[in-house]
Ligand binder design. Sequence first.
Ligand SMILES: Nc1ncnc2c1ncn2[C@@H]1O[C@H](COP(=O)(O)OP(=O)(O)O)[C@@H](O)[C@H]1O
Ligand SMILES: [Mg+2]
Length: 344
Amino acid sequence: MADGAGSPEGDFGQQLTLLPGWREFVASATDRPMTRLTLDEYDALSKEEKYDYDEDRLDHHARLQVVATSTVRNTVTCGRRLTILNRGAISARRGLIVTGPANTGKTIALTQLGLTHELQDRRRHPGQDERIPVIYITVPPSATHRMIAAELARFLGLPVLRSSNATDLTEAVVGVCTKARTSLILVDEIHNISGTTRNGAEASDTLKYFSERIPATFAYAGIDIEACGLLAGLRGDQIAARFTSVATHSFPYNQEWKALVAQMEANLLLHQHKPGTLTRLDRFLHTRTGGMIGTLSHQIRGAAVDAILTGAEKITKAGLLAVDLDIASRRKRPGRPPAPHADQ
Ligand SMILES: Nc1ncnc2c1ncn2[C@@H]1O[C@H](COP(=O)(O)OP(=O)(O)O)[C@@H](O)[C@H]1O
Ligand SMILES: [Mg+2]
């Protein structure tokens, strides 16, 4: 979970929801970060070497360097605590829900929990390659119970045929998970399980059934779970009683925001960039991005890619302004602080 760890955005085509992709993500998280050349060292490179080095730098900026934000830290701490407590539980295992608006770092936090847990499991059980400690799936839109079972089966590489019914899939998944000692199951986009339809109710029951059959901790992430109906009614009460939640939100303009900008600036690999330029622009960046970490990351990395391609090799306010904002950020009126509790 350290700064510079791998990210779900990693290599192109890397699919976290399939076991090989997940394993690649875990492997890339332990890669050593790229070393920065001094300007003299860079100038001494041949044309081809420069080209390769620049390609690597573009990759570096395209790849997300995960910052240990409070969302990441809380999710990892809370999730780790639950996985340890649940080791001894025979029933009523407890789970975790990461909930908040879109683009606030829920998926990153959930996958960092998975990464931490997987590395810990490998440390405790070295050389046992047949173990699959962590599963990561995303819930498809309007999910049915069969779709949930199918997603789990697909992650594990089990055949999902048109003719496989939900019971067959469920039994196959439970069998593999038990054998592979799966101890953490991450379920993202949980808001796609409707709290008001029969399909949604069945999908939710299926997750509950899996959690009873597989001795694993379940961690969910989704958009505004409290509002989406999953926690409503009797079924919802049962989930609410067993789950702890970590809430994500846009950042107020505070110390953590400043540290976040500073860390993203420290991750840059540009030759003419004066450290401190972005930190000085932290209030401007906050207003421009509405305190959204996803928008901030896109702005800074976008400007870094431009800086390499144009040869400017530094990020300025003009460079940031040249990177288009996402539609959600443009909708907010400029100049209006997004969070009521901004500490200014
Ligand atoms: N801890 C973090 N460190 C660096 N960037 C982050 C972090 N969390 C989120 N981001 C940025 O925000 C974007 C959106 O995060 P994501 O987890 O996908 O949001 P959500 O799942 O809440 O929609 C990521 O693609 C990344 O650019
Ligand atoms: Mg997400």
